[in-house]
Design a protein around this ligand. Structure first.
Ligand code: ADP
Ligand code: 5GP
Length: 213
């Protein structure tokens, strides 16, 4: 199998983390690209599992060293995809799941062609707001900032390869799985395709000569 980079983006609260987790639990052909960030870890987050938590100085040093496939500022913190993470997952023979925001997605699409990008949409403004409130991480002001940010992000949705509405969670996960399946079947990604076609051609040639004799 030839792996690809599966980018999931969404406005905050759109459900990309939930969908990514469900996909990674269900499918052995996926691995997660652990991003680097300068934001402090939230309760329960572990360094090297959820993120590589770096100081701003270390982050910028690694930018200069060319370690990042992309990097962007979001909500006052730096985030970036380490090329080494993407290579690690691809070397395991898996597709790489990237949970990243729109600027980073754009940078990766410009640099690589082995990319499938999916924008996750909330079913409505009401549902997005109620999910953000239920998550309980934000006060009124932070919620308002997230909605303003969401508007900027939504303007990029149409640049993605696919858009999936996250209304019912199981249906949204199933829709992403269908995309993974069909993208995996694209002929340039099928390492086994030449062999399959060669075998079929050889068998047909035998049948043809049997019919002639
Ligand atoms: P994001 O990573 O895009 O910011 P999350 O995955 O954290 O969003 O989802 C935001 C909140 O909405 C979480 O509390 C999550 O459990 C909930 N959620 C996500 N998808 C659904 C869904 N389809 N139905 C109901 N709740 C959802
Ligand atoms: P959070 O701080 O809530 O985990 O993430 C904030 C935003 O940063 C989300 O939109 C998430 O997708 C994005 N993000 C996480 N990792 C990366 C990354 O490596 N690069 C970019 N560009 N965005 C990221």
């Amino acid at each position: 199998m030839s792996g690809f980079l599966l980018i999931l983006s969404a406005p905050s609260g759109g459900g990309k983390t939930t969908i990514a987790r469900a996909l990674l639990e269900r499918r052995a052909d996926l691995g997660f690209s652990i991003s680097a960030t300068t934001r402090p870890a939230r309760g329960g987050e572990r360094d090297g599992v959820d993120y590589h938590f770096l100081s701003t100085e270390d982050f910028l040093e690694r930018v200069t060293a060319g370690d990042f496939l992309e990097s962007a500022e979001y909500g006052g913190h730096l985030y970036g995809t380490l090329e080494s993470e993407v290579d690690r997952v691809l070397a395991e023979g898996r597709h790489v799941v990237l949970d990243i925001e729109v600027q980073g997605a754009d940078q990766i699409r410009q640099r690589r062609d082995d990319v499938v990008s999916i924008f996750i949409l909330p079913p409505s403004a009401e549902v997005l707001l109620s999910r953000l409130k239920r998550r309980g991480a934000d006060d009124r002001e932070a919620l308002s900032r997230r909605l303003i940010q969401a508007d900027t992000e939504l303007q990029q949705a149409a640049t993605y390869d696919y858009v999936v509405v996250n209304d019912d969670l199981d249906e949204a996960v199933a829709a992403v799985e269908r995309i993974i399946e069909s993208e995996g079947r694209r002929s340039p990604r099928r390492a086994d395709l030449t062999e399959t076609i060669d075998t079929l051609r050889a068998a047909l040639a035998i049948k043809a000569s049997e019919l002639e004799s």
